[in-house]
Design a protein around this ligand. Structure first.
Ligand SMILES: NC(=O)c1ccc[n+]([C@@H]2O[C@H](COP(=O)([O-])OP(=O)(O)OC[C@H]3O[C@@H](n4cnc5c(N)ncnc54)[C@H](OP(=O)(O)O)[C@@H]3O)[C@@H](O)[C@H]2O)c1
Length: 270
């Protein structure tokens, strides 16, 4: 499969690495167009892929065209691609908040997939939600699944409105986990532990807990009950979280992210 990338930044590189590691394509199958010369040089050296500064040239012959530029640069890219796409090519956009119909209007091309990955995709542990324009074929859906699956896990959604929810949950989600980890590190330092030790304790705890949620075959609530013995230390801590209404705070934060995702999507749709 030939893949062309418009934008070879952090997320573009994550997909390139995943595509190569997952043997979805070889270095000869991949071309990246990026306006940054230093990025082009880096990507060519690191992965042996073709690079160009010409978006139009990059998309010639690609089965899948991955749009991985920032949302503020998307309109210039869509204008560049207008008239250069063949009907059997697929556009896979990961630009946050950029709706399918904006990409269709901007390029005049119907075959669009919109996906929302997250940053752990950079280490193959990403979570992507995706949806498609109705013109996308079964075969193109399988290609999408392969590409996104190479970066971690993926879920298909039948309606684009779910992507704003995905953005609020798994897109921004890593930052929520980092915030919790930061607070736990501060708490540990406050108790008198050295920062270096606190960081090690917290990072391994988050990693272990995440692996348990993935592998133990129990829900997060069941796992929590397993570590919470009556009258013990965990129970005392959890009571404090409950007193501060932590569940309500998280719900409010997710709702706020969701509203912002909708706002950003509305701002330039049409
Ligand atoms: N980071 C995340 O957590 C995350 C998660 C899901 C989706 N996304 C989406 O992924 C997309 C890429 O994000 P990123 O973090 O990878 O951004 P990034 O690191 O800034 O990468 C974008 C690259 O595209 C280049 N570029 C800008 N305008 C261009 C143009 N007209 N033609 C070709 N290349 C151009 C940029 O060059 P310059 O730096 O010189 O401008 C940069 O190298 C964004 O739309 C974002 O919403 C990100």
């Amino acid at each position: 499969m030939k893949i062309a990338f418009i934008g070879g930044g952090k997320m573009g590189e994550a997909i390139i690495r995943a595509a190569l590691n997952g043997k979805i394509g070889t270095a000869q199958d991949i071309i990246v167009s990026d306006i940054s010369e230093s990025r082009r040089l880096y990507l060519k050296k690191q992965y042996g892929i073709a690079v160009t500064a010409d978006n139009k040239k990059a998309v010639t012959g690609g089965d899948v065209i991955v749009l991985a530029v920032k949302p503020q640069n998307i309109d210039e890219v869509l204008a560049d691609l207008k008239g250069s796409l063949k009907s059997n090519q697929l556009i896979l956009s990961i630009a946050a908040g950029v709706k399918i119909n904006r990409i269709q209007k901007g390029t005049g091309h119907p075959g669009i997939v919109r996906a929302m990955p997250n940053t752990p995709a950079q280490i193959g542990l990403g979570m992507s939600g995706w949806t498609t324009a109705k013109e996308v074929t079964e075969k193109q859906m399988l290609l999408t699944q392969k590409i996104l699956g190479a970066m971690g896990k993926e879920i298909y959604f039948g309606s684009e409105k779910h992507l704003d929810m995905v953005t609020a949950v798994s897109g921004s989600g890593p930052a929520y986990v980092y915030l919790f980890a930061e607070s736990l590190i501060e708490g540990a330092v406050g108790l008198g532990l050295k920062r270096k030790d606190a960081e090690k304790l917290v990072i391994q705890t988050v990693l272990g807990a995440a692996q348990m949620m993935d592998k133990a075959g129990k829900t997060p609530a069941e796992l929590r009950h397993d570590v919470t013995s009556k009258g013990g230390t965990t129970e005392r801590a959890i009571k404090e979280f409950e007193k501060s209404k932590m569940a309500g705070i998280v719900e409010k934060a997710v709702k706020a992210a969701y509203e912002r995702a909708k706002e950003l999507g509305e701002a330039k749709s049409g």
